[in-house]
Design a protein around this ligand. Sequence first.
Ligand code: ATP
Ligand code: MG
Ligand code: FE
Length: 340
Amino acid sequence: PLILGIESSCDETGVGLVRGCELLSDQVASSVEEHARYGGVVPEVASRAHLEAMTPTLHRALDGAGVALADVDAIAVTAGPGLAGALLVGVSAAKAYALALDKPLYGVNHLVGHVAVDQLEHGPLPKPAVALLVSGGHTSLLLVRDLATDVELLGDTVDDAAGEAYDKVARLLDLPYPGGPPIDRAAREGDPSGIWFPRGKWGDGTFDFSFSGLKTAVARWVEERERTGAELPVPNIAAAFQEAVVDVLTRKAVDACRAHGVEHLVISGGVAANSRLRALAEERCAAAGIKLRVPRPRLCTDNGAMIAALGAEVVAAGLPPSTLDLATDTALPVGQVLAG
Ligand code: ATP
Ligand code: MG
Ligand code: FE
């Protein structure tokens, strides 16, 4: 079946089309530049941008796949988690198309979509797999026995998300928003070895994370330097900060695989675009005999194809469609693949 996926949980309007694990098209319109001057996403601005971008993005996706709206067999849409007003635009659009085309509608979980998208690049996800989800709003380890029906939360951040830490530290270093890409670039020119930043919850036996202490440590370090009037070694700070983040992420991900006897690790979400995270994960997985899957960076950040990919799983599992009174859920828990 041909699945249409619609994403609007944050600042990307995404529409994708898939058939099973085959990606047919993926169109994204982002309002990130409109938020950059505020240093973070402004919900009202995001909602309005979704409203304007939704229909043109959908038509570009259909054109890209060379299909007509009438060819679509089912519609999947992000029902949560995310920003209330932003989610509402996608869910309303999806309901309208489902009603007009008389096709089933599935309100799905954005976070599980971040994991499901890997299937479009690497084929069916082996069962079970551990997933490290690292994004702007989440940092979680998941035990995925089945993408459509059985996703268990093993651990979560107790404070900031990894992407949030990148964005906050970028601000401290006067780098632009969103902070992930510029820190990734700066760190490549830096040497992490001269500065040590704390690894939150290191070796505590849980699969939880903490990044607020790291952010505070970077802030202290920067303040101290500024007080003495010395120039900031931005590349070195970026490299040391990044090393602290990816060290603890990869260690806990490998530990989770070992603890559950799982051979496959998938890393996804916006921070999975990070070059150092990808390199260190490869190194540590190879050493531990774990097979690593990381989708290409474009699929790691928010898009509609990831929602279509999860929709395809849900349809294949024969789960019941959502009704037209499907509600958005800003705090949809990751274990709930389909919104209630
Ligand atoms: P969520 O999925 O939790 O709702 P979100 O959808 O806003 O949050 P994503 O779009 O998946 O998050 O990811 C955005 C985050 O990824 C931002 O915090 C951004 O800084 C970070 N990011 C993007 N590229 C990189 C990179 N190369 N290195 C590190 N972080 C990155
Ligand atoms: Mg975004
Ligand atoms: Fe996301």
